[in-house]
Write a new protein. Structure first.
Length: 80
């Protein structure tokens, strides 16, 4: 799991909406947000990037940090 930079906004209901993230100096644009859930470790959000690639992002509020848990991309698929 790698720490990443995320650009996000809050919607009218107060939900975090990721817009893009940077991993290994590459920016990934978020095309859509899918399933989201709360875990003991933080807020989990599945996002879709161009090419219909799915990525699992994690926001840990206690650390004020984002993490890439895994990604459906040849560059990120090995992250667990």
């Amino acid at each position: 799991m790698d720490a990443i930079e995320v650009t996000a906004r809050f919607d009218a209901q107060g939900k975090i909406v990721p817009l893009s993230f940077v991993w290994e100096r590459r920016t990934y644009r978020v095309d859509s947000v899918g399933r989201r859930w709360e875990g003991k470790d933080g807020r989990h959000i599945l996002v879709m990037t161009p090419g219909n690639r799915t990525h699992h992002l994690l926001f840990m509020p206690d650390r004020s940090r984002w993490y890439l848990v895994w990604g459906d991309d040849s560059r990120t698929a090995s992250i667990v």
